[in-house]
Design a protein around this ligand. Structure first.
Ligand SMILES: [Zn+2]
Length: 295
């Protein structure tokens, strides 16, 4: 009985201590708008925030398709809009991984020159992660089934992660449009709304990724509905499996993967999307990012 009371008391003390620590840390978490918020390795104040925009999928392969709508082309429109907003913002240095001509020269030459290095590095990271899971150090979580990337697409995504780590980038934003895996591809699917994926909480930079994601969510939800898919409830979702959010712990920097909605939703109709919707989505994303970094 006594032991029970002592156990209860120490649980209470632990709980109260946690609350005090959290309250004490809160200003640091929310008010530090400097580059250090995103990348603790960089300490020079006044340094530009290095952001990479990755339009989802390969230049000529993969991604959702609905009637005349092709995700891999539509995310290029989003990417261009987003890039334009950042282009006039001196606080950022922005690169894109892919444009209308394919992967940009920086990335294409990086992939060409480093394919074997990327594969070896990925295999090593995978081995280390599997060992951590086996030993119980890392807990594997159950999550929604994601479409598997082709071998080439996977190589490119891991390559981008490695490049981001090596270049000490501050943030990466992956742009996607979702799809409902269904038989009748010419009729709209069941679900709608946007969601944002981030690294799982045991992964590096998960907390920072969440701050960025929640801020983007706050802006997007003023114009667009959040996902109605049960497993996307909460809208900001953690993943261990997506390469873009650092599968096998291959990414050291904050990452957000935005699924802007389901491709068959009316606002993705080509005319509507190209004449305002894409711009709105880009503006919301831009505000979400800048609000959290420069509160
Ligand atoms: Zn996609």
């Amino acid at each position: 009985m006594m032991e029970h009371i002592i156990a209860m008391k120490s649980t209470h003390i632990l709980f109260i201590t946690c609350i005090i620590v959290l309250i004490a840390m809160w200003p640091l978490v929310t008010k530090d708008g400097s580059i250090n918020t995103l990348n603790q390795g960089q300490t020079n104040s006044g340094q530009k925030i290095k952001l990479l925009i990755v339009p989802g999928h390969e230049p000529n392969d993969g991604g959702a398709i609905y009637l005349d709508r092709k995700e891999r082309d539509m995310v290029l429109i989003l990417s261009r809009e987003l890039q334009q907003l950042f282009a006039t913002d001196k606080r950022f240095e922005v690169m894109v991984a892919r444009d209308e001509s394919g992967f940009t020269p920086t990335f294409q030459s990086y992939f060409d020159a480093n394919a074997d290095t990327i594969k070896l590095w990925q295999a090593q990271k995978k081995k280390e992660t599997v060992e951590l899971i086996t030993s119980g150090t890392l807990k594997e979580i159950k999550e929604i089934e994601h479409n598997r990337a082709s071998d080439v697409a996977a190589l490119h995504l891991y390559g981008i992660n490695k490049w981001l780590n090596d270049q000490r980038y501050d943030l990466v934003v992956h742009l996607h449009i979702n799809d409902d895996n269904r038989k009748k591809r010419k009729t709209p699917g069941k679900y709608k709304g946007f969601s944002i994926y981030i690294p799982e909480k045991q992964f590096t930079a998960s907390a920072k990724s969440r701050m960025v994601a929640e801020s983007i969510k706050k802006e997007l939800e003023q114009h667009f509905a959040t996902s109605t898919l049960a497993s996307e409830k909460g809208t900001v979702l953690e993943s261990q499996k997506l390469i873009a959010t650092g599968r096998y712990q291959t990414l050291d920097i904050p990452s957000v993967l935005i699924e802007y909605g389901y491709i068959y939703e009316p606002h993705f109709e080509r005319g509507a999307f190209e004449q305002g919707v894409a711009q709105q989505m880009a503006e919301d994303t831009y505000r979400g990012i800048t609000n959290v970094l420069f509160p």
